[in-house]
Design a protein around this ligand. Sequence first.
Ligand code: BGC
Length: 747
Amino acid sequence: MEQNAKWIKAEQNLGSLSPEFRKEYVAKGTIKKATATVTAMGVYNLYVNGAKAGNAVMAPFWTSYPHRVQEQTYDVTDLMGEKTTFGILLGKGWAMGRVGYSRAKYVSGFFAENACVIGSIRVEYADGTVDVINTDNTWQVWSSQILDSELYDGETVDHTAEIKHLGTAVIDENKRPEIIPQQGELVTEHERIFPCEIIKTPKGETVLDFGQNLAGYVEIRIRGKRGDRIVLTHAEVLDRDGNFYTENLRSAANRNVYTLSGEGEETFKPTFCFQGFRYVRLDEFPADVEVRPENFTAIVIYSDMKRTGDFSCGNEKINQLYSNIIWGQRGNFIDVPTDCPQRDERLGWTGDAEVFCRTAAINYDVENFFRKWLTDMALEQTPEGGVWGIVPGVGRCGGRIATGWADAAVICPWEIYRAYGDKELLRQNYSMMKKWIGYMHAFGEDEFLFVGGFHYGDWLAMDAGYGVYEGATQTDLIASAFFAYSTELVIRAGRILGEDVSEFEELYQNVRNAFRAAFMKDGLPTMYPKADAFATNRPVKGLTQTSIVLVLRFGLYEESERQGLIDKLAELIAENDGRMTTGFLGTPHILHVLSQNGRGDLAYDLLLQEKAPSWLFSVNHGATTIWEHWDSQKEDGTFWSTDMNSFNHYAYGAVYDWIFGVALGIDIPDDGAGYQKITVSPLPDRRLGFAKGSIETRHGKVASHWFYLPDGQVRYEITVPAGVEATINVAGIPQQTVSGGTFVYIA
Ligand code: BGC
């Protein structure tokens, strides 16, 4: 941004109307190159002679606004003429609209009084001279046809509204955040999907079914009469009677309202919001216009990440699960990793990202995406090292500082380093990582345990009874286990960075010892005598599937205890009719723990289980994304809850890191970050028939493919990029170390 550019705004209160800031410019010669740099408090589109610059939507995206906002730069050379009108159209977005749990803060006035834009256009002429056009108090304010736009509630557009000159912009004197260059990925439009069916529901509603739960918006092309209205409400599911269901959206209206001008074919789509949906109800539609599928297109939006992973196998249900995982990532990687894209939440919940980030980095290149979000996390870390449940924070609500959520500060940088091998990213986050350990160390009465405090626990686990969110596993046990695990990761990160980690090595030993003294009895996890913060509203247990899983996964057992732990876990699974009871924190690890300890068969049993709780339960019930709750919609078609029931929550999609890392067997040793070195140890299972998957790494494509031959043997085909050292472990064949090529084994 040029130094003399000023933040500008409208002088008068425009209510919820989106204003456009305009400037006319006459070229002073032949333009060689013109570059525009813009940002806003709110969300904006830049128009040059009426054409939209660039392909981003919802710019400048979502950062920790009290600290920083990103600017975007556009090459506008081809859009300029002898005379040029620059226009910056402004909406509320995350900075000025309703986000989070408080309605009060964002009632009318907040947007009008606070939204502002800043920009500069640099014009280079053929004769070498340069002209700069900055936002200042010569820009003019115009009205627009966007009468209101809210992330949760939708957009109102009126094509009959006259576009009026409202006056001259004024300089905004408020203190504004630092402007930084675009750090994350742009959010852009991707897939375009037509409705597969137009449904008349039993209640008589007209509903379009797009066949896929997604995040984005519907574009409508229509000819109608002046003043005709179209009102669209969006939803993810139909209820058991086949009626349109919106209760799980809570207070989010998810409704777009359009008024036609009647002038030829008109196109409508929201400019400054998006919806999470599969179904769209036509609440109002011109009576004399036929509802035809080709007039409606769902446009999917998400961060412009490069797709890197691919997978298929011989079990169609697992293939659908994989598709649901990919769609879950698309719907929730809209600039910030969110919990869900549809209800009045859509927030950067740290725990959800913590469990999913390894899978995310297999499916897509998410290095920039996480680099940006982690920078915001560090900026919002408390002086004591606390990390909020929600990043970027919204208003005064950042959620709780909770175990498994705050550990995203350690686990996400570690996983992103592991996937891409950039030590610099690890270094940039190292101080945040250490500070979080410091927070746990200083917390409560016992410096080596993380007990007390409010935690989300093994969120949505099934072992505390229906309607209880936090699961049964004692949160003190979970928190102390994560204390140990995160400390161990800080040691590994510190060693890679050449830091002195002796302090953390000593701490780790103490935490591990304290954990074992407090939470292990006769080789099994047990209750810590002190009460858990949530003990009053739910049954709390020391010995659960999740507690065993965390002890095994985080190395908190003695070798002599290992068999007993795995046997007990198998017993608890059997007692639950061969199913999991785990929630957000136990589930991502349970299959790993089983296969690491000789029970790959049981891991596959759980993967292929079809009764809830299981991944395939939702697949059998028509899911096209990952559900928040194991039985979001129950066997009988009723819903488990109205207030915590998203159908597009990626957290349980973390199971793909097991399918990729264990079933296909592609893994990264500690000294192989970025897939510089890999291990490939496939774990075939007849029930899949075959499995085939790959990842496009920074060093080239890594692939693993196995299938059963008629004689019962398995044929393995493993592809390793040139320059990458791969250690291959195929059952029945001596270990091989190879590089650069495709290797076939039959065993
Ligand atoms: C979100 C979760 C989040 C949780 C905290 C919920 O409302 O949707 O995914 O992690 O709150 O436990």
